[in-house]
Design a protein around this ligand. Structure first.
Ligand code: B3K
Ligand code: ZN
Length: 879
């Protein structure tokens, strides 16, 4: 067991840095057996620091110190202390130059933080605290410096040498080595530093900015990926244009580079001028990537590009402010994706992620506010709350201010804070100053954790023609936070009359030109609203477009939901009504009520399948039943197998009753011609593959043949994988095995496709999956050091394949605990993420609950547990 408890860092302890660094001069000597880093810092005392700090303290991690000199004079050992995680230089002058030489071993770096090697190339990941694994430095985002970086390496193995900014010098060295020097004119925190050295192929294009500057766009990949860059390049160009049009933001450097690397802990990283991407988030071709990957790539390329303003030009003061850049940037990339595709579909996807995964996080042991007030390991706080809830919070500001004032606010924010490291409070203040609105109560969204619950009740007074709505707000207690204050919530609603027409929302008797939709602003624990001039009992359409990240409790009848499903003018709520109806039907089966599936659900789905006048992109989403994860989230004392069985029964019933409609839907959406990424084409493929999956689910022989045909002839990966997945989840064992085999043989040389092949199997609904998973870990293509492989097998099994993972005998949990312990030694960040499915043990019924807890306890007992896993496991096991 870990004996020393990691230190907790508190926001309340924030102090400005004692020393500032104006300039950093780096020289990297890269070798196969390690790297020598020479770092020269121009340091001065910070005039804003409240007292005179005597000694300079620099952060370090896993460094071998070779030399220290001050103003060119080598320091004797009694002038500094190498404490491992700190280098303390004693009694320094007010202003000086400090040179530190360190030796590091990138080839042995399995944590993938700092400088490491991936497929033979050198690359870096410095956010949040990886720069200290490269050299001693004040590793905090409020220290911003200008960087010059010289890289030296063997020329034949590493012909391409990259860092941030512009390349200003290059030349040859002895022994077949060469060097390139890069200079970044913009001061930046060290977490945005990047270096790449490798044998890479360059795909180039240009972008002309709104002021007429031509930017050199470069994507560097391994030569085998030459044909997979077009989509990323195109997404980049569209992002650059969009940020100019929608936010008035122009790119600042002359070069913008993206590098794809196979071994990467997360999706991508916004290093200044040199974004580094996980290969799976940048490389795509129709033959190898699904529609979902194409959309993910577009969103991530945009997200990292948008960080150039929201994150790099204006950065975070400290890591508690992480959502300042992440929440805002997710909000920006969501706007971009909505504009590039179907806005309703994008909103449905975002709301689904919030309601299934973020609400769960917010109710669990790792729950924290959008601006946390403490942490042990910052890597654990790159969460759905920081990213997705943070984006929802910005979206609510947008809703409250309206698009014009919001834009004024963002302009003011960028102008006022350009080149600064600031706080979420500074962001809100800019929005207030530009709009004249008071957002003081709104700020509670940053401070209070937990998902607000709105209890909505209504009554109709036919005689007076008044429809009354009462709304009560409450915020549940969360880890370390109780007695919360009411928050400022924008609540969008409409009312539907008997024929589905919108009822004018008159808040007073004689209000003329009353709107058909309103955003009510909830600020109190209790509100009641009266709508006048209402002739017949209306059906309310609540929280339209998911106008706030809250739960709504309203006693829906199935009639109301069916009515909204077909009549609501808000597409999002049409979808949501369908979800709530399906949830209700599934739950009534679990409660054992009369045992039959409500035929009205079947009828509603029949309409969806057969009415070509409906928005097919919306229909494709409406046909997807609520996931097991969402059903679990909605329940307490969860019996996973009971949820799985009830959901499966509904699916069986629907698929049997609608067999012919599904077949017709499959054929109607056969698709032809070129691969296109329009919302219509994507919807067509989604409908076709949903139909196939449902038909195979009920063991339909004809569908099995169709799936095999589709698998053989598909011209794109969406259809090929759709067919494969349907077969894998079916009872057709021989066909499934044959398809899996063929697929692997065809694609074994392509890591991104092999990852999908792993995922399909790890997500299989067939029993015996755990044994199959164990076998996959022995597969020659599986690699413990590659996070994508780990995620595609272990992550998918434990995080997505809930019915298989939650075995009543606890075997899935023990398996996960073993893998977490194994990974904890090599890559703690990945281990800490993987353990998360176990953390919500309190929510589950027996025997799940105790078995999950036991598995967590095994992890806790491991020797030398990392800080990352320690924090998650200990917080989860707190009484
Ligand atoms: N900022 C990075 C995330 C870094 C995670 C460090 N553990 C990617 C992004 O959000 O754009
Ligand atoms: Zn980001």
């Amino acid at each position: 067991m870990r004996t020393n408890q990691p230190r907790t860092i508190y926001l309340s302890e924030y102090r400005v840095p004692a020393f500032l660094v104006d300039h950093v001069d780096l020289r990297f000597e890269l070798f196969e057996q390690g790297a020598r880093v020479h770092s020269t810092l121009d340091v001065r005392r910070n005039p804003d620091y409240p007292e005179r700090a005597e000694h300079l303290e620099l952060d370090g991690d896993s460094l071998r110190l070779e030399a220290v000199s001050l103003n060119g004079v080598t320091l004797e050992a009694d002038h500094y202390q190498d404490q491992g995680d700190k280098l303390v230089v004693l009694s320094v002058p007010d202003q000086f130059q400090l040179t530190v030489v360190t030796w590091i071993e990138p080839q042995n770096n399995t944590r993938l933080e700092g400088l490491y090697k991936s497929s033979g190339m050198f690359c870096t990941q410095c956010e949040a605290e990886g720069f200290r694994c490269i050299t001693f430095f004040p590793d905090r985002p409020d220290v911003m410096a200008r960087f010059r970086t010289r890289i030296e390496a063997d020329k034949s193995s590493y012909p391409v040498l990259l860092s941030n900014g512009n390349d200003i010098e290059r030349g040859e060295l002895a022994d077949g080595r060469h060097f390139v020097t890069w200079e970044d004119p913009f001061p930046k925190p060290c977490y945005l530093f990047a270096l790449v050295a490798g044998d890479l192929l360059l795909k180039q294009d240009t972008f002309t900015t709104c002021s007429g500057r031509e930017i050199d766009l470069r994507i560097y990949v391994e030569p085998r990926n030459a044909t997979k860059c077009e989509h990323a390049m195109d997404s980049l160009q569209r992002s650059m244009r969009w940020d100019e049009t929608v936010y008035g933001r122009e790119y600042d450097l002359d070069i913008f580079m993206i590098v794809a690397v196979d071994d990467f802990n997360m999706g991508a990283m916004e290093n200044k001028g040199l974004n580094i991407f996980n290969s799976s988030c940048v490389l795509a071709s129709p033959e190898t990537a699904t529609d979902a990957s194409f959309q993910r790539i577009e969103a991530i390329v945009a997200h990292e590009y948008f960080h150039n303003w929201s994150g790099n030009r204006v950065t975070c003061r400290d890591w508690f402010q992480l959502s300042l850049k992440e929440g805002f940037t997710v909000f920006r990339d969501a706007g971009f994706s909505a504009d590039m595709g179907s806005p309703i579909v994008k909103r449905i996807e975002d709301a689904t992620l919030m309601r299934t995964a973020q609400f769960a996080e917010d109710a669990g042991p790792m729950s924290h506010p959008v601006r946390p007030s403490s942490y042990m390991e910052i890597s654990n706080f790159y969460t759905l709350t920081i990213y997705e809830k943070g984006a929802e919070v910005v979206r609510m500001i947008h809703t409250l201010l309206g698009p014009d004032l919001f834009r004024k606010g963002s302009d003011l924010y960028f102008e006022r804070h350009d080149g600064q490291a600031v706080t979420t409070d500074d962001f809100v203040r800019a929005m207030e100053d530009a709009s004249g609105r008071d957002l003081s109560q709104f700020r509670l969204w940053y401070e209070q954790a937990g998902t607000p619950v709105l209890t909505v009740r209504d009554e109709f007074d036919a005689e007076a023609g008044i429809y009354r709505l009462s709304i009560e707000q409450s915020i549940p207690d969360t880890a370390g936070q109780t007695d919360k204050k009411p928050q400022h919530i924008p609540f969008a609603l409409g009312l539907l009359g008997p024929d589905g027409e919108a009822v004018p929302l008159r808040l007073s008797e004689n209000e003329a030109d009353a709107p058909l939709e309103r955003v009510l602003e909830l600020t109190e624990a209790r509100h009641s609203f009266e709508f006048h001039g209402v002739q017949t009992q209306p059906v309310p359409s609540l929280l339209r477009e998911f106008s706030a990240p809250v739960r709504v409790d309203y006693p829906w009848t199935r009639e109301q939901l069916l009515f909204l499903m077909s009549h609501d003018s808000d597409g999002f709520n049409r979808w949501d009504a369908g979800q709530q109806l399906a949830v209700d039907v599934i739950r009534s089966l679990m409660d054992g009520e009369n045992g039959a599936v409500d035929e009205r659900l079947v009828d509603a789905y029949r309409v969806l399948l057969n009415d070509p006048a409906l928005d097919q992109a919306l229909v494709a989403k409406m046909l997807l039943l609520p996931s097991e994860a969402y059903l679990i989230e909605l329940s307490n004392d969860v019996d996973v197998q009971a949820i799985h069985e009830a959901r499966t029964r509904v699916l069986d019933h629907l698929a049997n009753a609608l067999r012919d409609d599904l077949l017709a839907c499959f054929h109607r959406n056969a698709g032809s011609g070129d691969y296109q990424l329009t919302p219509e084409a994507i919807a067509g493929r989604s409908l076709r593959n949903t139909a196939l999956a449902w038909l195979l689910h009920i063991g339909d022989q004809e569908a099995c043949t169709l799936a095999q045909q589709q698998f053989d002839v598909a011209g794109n990966m969406t259809d090929r994988l759709g067919a494969l997945r349907a077969l894998v989840n079916s009872r057709f064992v021989a066909e499934r095995e044959a398809a899996l085999e063929t697929f692997y043989q065809c694609w074994e040389a392509d890591p991104q496709v092999v990852e999908q092949w792993f995922s399909v199997q790890a997500g299989s609904q067939q029993s015996g999956t755990l044994e199959a998973i164990k076998a996959l870990l022995q597969h020659p293509a599986f690699d413990w050091k590659n996070p994508n492989k780990v995620r595609s097998v272990i992550g998918v099994f434990a995080g997505q394949n809930l019915a298989q993972f939650h075995q009543p005998d606890g075997s899935g949990y023990r398996f996960l605990a073993d893998q977490v312990c194994r990974l904890d030694d090599s890559n703690p960040q990945i281990a800490a993420r993987l353990v998360s499915p176990l953390t919500r043990w309190k929510k589950f019924a027996q025997p799940y609950c105790s078995a999950m807890k036991e598995a967590l306890e095994t992890v806790r007992a491991k020797d030398g547990l990392s800080k990352d896993v320690y924090e998650v496991v200990h917080k989860s096991l707190r009484p």
